[in-house]
Ligand binder design. Structure first.
Ligand SMILES: [Zn+2]
Ligand SMILES: [Zn+2]
Length: 383
């Protein structure tokens, strides 16, 4: 079928609406009519060439040395239109959220309760369908990559059933789109990976969509104080409305103006880094406001080529601190997405407050520009 999709054809190229061809679902695949797609900074990282693999690896998995052309988008929701043969978990009419890491349900990580690091995650950067290794998406004569085996910037998607999460039909599909990546990732960064406990002091560096999830996770886990750190004042204002107790522009501000009195010099039990673009200095800045025995969680997706960070290793070991990476907030997508959606449904979890505006599929580049300028906390593409 022919559908409109936002495609990037070269590094730093714009998101442009193209009419692409999507084949019918093969075995284990599902066709979804999209309702909403979120737009997160990882989409920009993809466009800027920061989410990629070495050219040799790309060639091995996809037959070409570049990521492009690619359909963007990795957070979204919709309704199942049809299913291919041997699909057992979904039926037409089911409401679904996407998962940017598929859960195969069979690998060591899935069966040990860690489907956020499912072995099929290795296939999500580029390449053909995980079901049978053939291509379903085409732009003219060329096969199309899809971000994270998804490509939510399209009116329809054909994806493996392992990339979808069924949600109850009365739950809000717009909220489902946002919860399907950034917000869940932030929430789990605090609750799961950060292990925030009642009474903890938590700092969240970067208060966009992911940071907003982290702030709410910290509050729900019982933090006594949550410090929102962001250079954009409007993001701090938003953070204070969804549960942050303090706000400031930099870690230095926090170190000198907030933490001495708040913690009597103890500093933060958990510091979560959720900035758009991780720079090497930021890791040491985060560590420097972390308490003895505290944890720094790196949630931000750094550029693929960033291999060095600034870190006072003496202080790290002498104060018994930890630095932890996380993907999807170290929680299983099939648990986290329905859980947070139900909390949202019951008015206990802020999502609508994070959405600055809606865009059409033809406005993806505008949405990306608004995200980059800080005008948008979260933009949503409505189909
Ligand atoms: Zn994302
Ligand atoms: Zn698996």
């Amino acid at each position: 079928m022919k559908v409109n999709a936002a495609v990037v054809t070269e590094e730093y190229g714009p998101w442009r609406t193209e009419v692409i061809e999507i084949d019918e679902p093969h075995a284990h695949e599902v066709k979804v009519k999209m309702a909403y797609s979120g737009l997160c900074f990882s989409d920009e990282s993809l466009r800027h060439g920061n989410i990629t693999l070495d050219p040799e690896v790309l060639e091995m998995i996809s037959g070409r040395r570049t990521m492009f052309p690619v359909v963007g988008g990795h957070e979204g929701s919709g309704i199942v239109e049809s299913v291919g043969p041997e699909v057992t978990t979904l039926a037409p009419g089911d409401h679904v959220a996407v998962s940017f890491i598929p859960s195969c349900g069979k690998c060591e990580y899935c069966v040990s309760g860690r489907s956020y690091i499912c072995d099929w995650g290795a296939t999500t950067v580029a390449g053909p369908m995980i079901s049978d290794g053939t291509w379903r998406y085409h732009l003219g004569e060329e096969n199309l990559n899809r971000m994270c085996q998804l490509g939510t910037f399209a009116e329809y998607m054909v994806v493996h059933e392992a990339s979808l999460i069924r949600v109850e039909p009365w739950l809000d599909l717009r909220a489902a789109a946002l919860i399907s990546c950034g917000v869940s990732t932030g929430f789990g960064s605090a609750v799961n990976r950060g292990g925030v406990k009642p009474g903890d002091t938590v700092a969240v560096i970067g208060c966009g969509g992911v940071g907003s999830g982290a702030i709410q996770g910290a509050v729900m886990a019982g933090a006594r104080a949550v410090i929102a750190i962001d250079t954009n004042q409007s993001k701090i204002d938003r953070a204070l409305k969804i549960g942050a107790t303090h706000g400031c522009a930099t870690t230095l501000d926090a170190a000198f103006n907030i933490l001495p009195e708040l913690t009597w010099g103890k500093l933060c039990d958990v510091v979560i880094i959720t900035v758009d673009n991780l720079t090497s200095e930021l890791v040491e800045q985060a560590r420097s406001i972390t308490a003895k025995g505290g944890v720094v969680v790196i949630t931000s997706a750094a550029a693929h080529h960033l291999t060095t960070i600034e870190l006072n290793v003496f202080m790290l070991s002498m104060t018994n601190q930890e630095i932890r990476g996380t993907v999807f907030g170290s929680e299983n997508p099939r648990i986290q997405v329905p859980r947070l959606l139900r909390l949202h449904h019951e008015g206990k979890f802020f999502i609508d407050e994070l959405i600055t505006r809606e865009y059409s599929i033809d406005e993806v580049q505008k949405a990306a520009d608004d995200l980059a300028s800080g005008e948008n906390l979260r933009g949503v593409i409505r189909f």
